[in-house]
Ligand binder design. Structure first.
Ligand SMILES: [Zn+2]
Ligand SMILES: [Zn+2]
Length: 177
């Protein structure tokens, strides 16, 4: 699978959003946007009021809902809920030297840029590569969302850390048995 283009790499923003730590209150949203500022048009204000932060949280929940969905019918329903939030206005650019598409209007508020980029990025990968590509980590104590970019769609963990932690745990359990 080729994730080198912005179109599909935007799914990474969706995954990060779904996995963002939100326990600290509405400030999580501004912190998330600043940590991912390369996704937004230069000059976009990166602060969200509590109402806008709640919208960003709802978007994150929808990405997670797509990841936990157990059937294609469920995925379609949740993906369409997510796409309802998007206001795509695609345009071509080579601002980083590579010709690629951006999904959101350059002058759109950051919440609109966020929801549109997340919805379009996730949809692109699901439609192109299958809904099973978006999953939830199988490691004990981890429920992070991941996108499976492996050739044979064999991924089960969000990260190498979780994969090796689970391998070690399974090894210990076998030795004990
Ligand atoms: Zn770009
Ligand atoms: Zn994990």
């Amino acid at each position: 699978m080729d994730y080198d283009t912005y179109g599909s790499s935007a799914v990474e923003l969706a995954i990060d959003l779904a996995n963002a730590e939100r326990d600290a209150g509405p400030e999580w949203a501004g912190a998330f946007l600043r940590a991912h500022d390369e996704w937004f048009e230069p000059g976009t204000a990166l602060d969200l009021d509590p109402a806008a932060a709640a919208h960003a949280a709802a978007t994150a929940d929808l990405v997670r809902a797509v990841a936990v969905a157990a059937s294609q019918a469920e995925v379609i329903e949740r993906l369409n809920d997510l796409l309802e939030l998007a206001h795509p206005k695609p345009y071509a650019t080579d601002h980083d030297g590579e010709l690629h598409l951006h999904y959101a209007r350059a002058d759109a508020p950051v919440l609109e840029q966020l929801t549109t980029t997340v919805a379009m990025g996730l949809s692109h990968v699901v439609v192109q590569h299958g809904w099973q590509r978006i999953g939830i980590c199988s490691a004990e104590g981890c429920d992070d969302v991941y996108v499976d970019t492996s050739r044979n769609a064999s991924r089960r963990y969000c990260s190498n850390t979780c994969a090796s932690r689970s391998t070690v745990a399974a090894y210990r359990a076998r030795r004990k048995a």
